[in-house]
Write a protein of this length. Sequence first.
Length: 189
Amino acid sequence: MTSRSRILPRRWFFTDSRLGDAVREAIARLPKDVGVIVRVPSLTRDRDLARRLVAACRRRGLVVLLAGPPALALRLGADGAHLPEREARRGSGRRPKAGFRLTAAAHSRAALVRAGRLGVDGAFLSPVFPTRSHPGARTLGPCRFGLLTRGLRPALPVLALGGMDARAARRLAPLRPYGWGAIDAWVRG
């Protein structure tokens, strides 16, 4: 494990605006060691919502990343940014300041390799299991997750996403993911 992985929580809540007030309620109940990735439908149209969610996380002392451009994440007061796979593919993940956390989405081995080369602090590989947010999507399952993450150079902390909760994380434990992220696991309480 690289030293860069130590700055990331091992468990994450991904916000989903379709859940309405349940998102704020989940943030209010999250354990202090859970990070939050704030996602909104449109960073142009929903910037105020993103700002309020980031502020709610900051008040609770939670690590919070904005899904979007690093410069906007910095302006909104987030601790870092979460890049979509296409942004990591373009290499557009410059850190605006030291200590700024950066993660990336990945759906393939090639995306994991690119994220590692970009120098992100971690990559969320998905979907591992069936998930309500992407119904019918082809999932990786534990075997494929393990194959995609084995022997990455440079070493990259990989977090599981998609159908994850504490039980699913225990299923993946032999594969040694760095951590996991979820929506429903935190909303259900």
